[in-house]
Design a protein around this ligand. Structure first.
Ligand code: SAH
Ligand code: SF4
Length: 365
């Protein structure tokens, strides 16, 4: 038995050809799974009965169970808690409507996980604090997206799967884990979701967020895929960054910036630097000056995110006044920025809070 979500269209086509099944059947299956979000071969009514039986014998469709959906009162975000087959909890957060920085169009963004836990241990991040469990497989990455789509469809009261189509317009790897440490599965999932006869979401609509692993950024550039790159910076001062993000020691800022510059130039895409504002830690003018200096020659946008509090961690969220003071410094130094108003905080679905729920659940057992 194999999980069918693991296969690209060409791979499935090849399997069908090898087994003398018409290629048109592969198109139909992609249509059911990736456009109508139907995960049961039996319900694929336009497939011949004997083919359905064969498919059921050789393949299965899902690998994650949707364990819980939490909705924020404002209705702006939904958090999905999924259970893997080996009983790990992973999470995804759906941001129902926000403006796209580049196109200014309204978009629906799903923030997905690439790993269960994370081995990088950033000191302000709940996922980092829970430690590393394992990499997610391609099908587990895809399942997060398909199950979220299905939920949106159900919420709309659209019982007619025939009329279904994709709702999510952007996918960001900003959930649990470091996507560049699981890059093979991540890129394969993107490739599968690209397919025009299926989910049909172009690479430009995917963002990979990384803590900044130089060699992996360079390798990704070589792939020449039009992905959006987001690099978590959090400090432009090497010593400070090393305290916040242990991975920074092996990935010093000058080399990291060079790798990002090369990526930005070779793909001709603006990159994002993420900056979690921690009160009294990285909000000084010295930081802003250093930021200006290290980012010279890079086309970027700084995403300022006020720290989402994690119980037990010693960091604090800046007050609105402190946040504004930092933004004033950014303006003074001509640094292009947007403020990410943290969504999902009340359901622990804000950036870096993923994993909190998992811990709570564990304690309750
Ligand atoms: N591992 C990748 C992607 C997942 S983390 C990375 O670090 O980039 C996604 C984003 O959430 C990162 O920018 C991370 O720094 C940020 N984040 C982590 N903890 C946070 C917290 N407590 N408050 C706000 N943002 C946080
Ligand atoms: Fe891992 Fe990103 Fe959290 Fe750092 S911020 S521990 S890299 S998930």
């Amino acid at each position: 038995m194999q999980n069918i979500l693991r296969f690209t269209f060409s791979e499935l086509k090849q399997i069908f050809m090898d087994n003398h099944v018409p290629v048109s059947r592969a198109y139909q299956i992609f249509n059911w799974i990736y456009r109508k979000f139907v995960f049961d071969f039996e319900a694929m009514s336009d497939l011949p009965k004997d083919l359905r039986s064969l498919l059921k014998r050789d393949f299965f469709i899902q690998s994650l169970k949707l364990s819980e959906v939490l909705k924020e009162k404002s209705g702006e975000t939904m958090k999905f808690l999924f259970k893997t087959e080996d009983l790990l909890y992973i999470e995804a957060v759906l941001i129902l409507a926000e403006e796209d920085d580049e196109t200014k169009e309204s978009r629906m963004t799903l923030c997905v996980s690439s790993q269960a836990g994370c081995p990088l241990g950033c000191v302000f991040c709940a996922t980092g604090q829970m430690g590393f469990k394992r990499n997610l497989s391609t099908d587990e990455i895809i399942a997060q997206i398909l199950l979220a789509e299905k939920k949106v469809l159900d919420e709309k009261g659209n019982k007619d799967a025939l009329a279904a189509k994709r709702s999510i317009s952007n996918i960001v790897f900003m959930g649990m884990g470091e996507p560049l440490l699981n890059v093979e599965s991540v890129l394969k999932a993107i490739k599968i979701l690209n397919f025009s006869g299926g989910y049909n979401l172009g690479s430009r609509h995917f963002t990979i967020s990384t803590a900044g692993i130089i060699q992996k950024i360079s390798a990704l550039r070589e792939e020449k895929i039009q992905l959006r790159l987001a690099v978590s910076l959090h400090s432009a001062i090497q010593k400070k960054r090393e305290i916040l993000m242990p991975i920074a020691s092996e990935n010093p800022l000058p080399e990291l910036m060079e790798a990002v510059r090369d990526y930005q130039k070779s793909l001709e895409r603006r990159v994002t630097f993420e900056y979690v504002l921690l009160r009294g830690e990285n909000d000084s003018e010295e930081e802003v000056e250093a930021l200006k200096e290290i980012t010279a020659g890079i086309d970027y946008n700084l995403n300022v995110i006020a720290y989402n509090p994690i119980p037990g961690l010693p960091y604090q969220t800046p007050t609105e006044k402190e946040l504004q003071a930092f933004l004033t410094l950014l303006k003074k130094h001509n640094i292009p920025f947007v403020v990410r108003r943290s969504k999902g905080r009340e359901i622990n679905g804000g950036c870096g809070q993923l994993g909190l729920y998992w811990e709570q659940k564990k304690q309750a057992v």
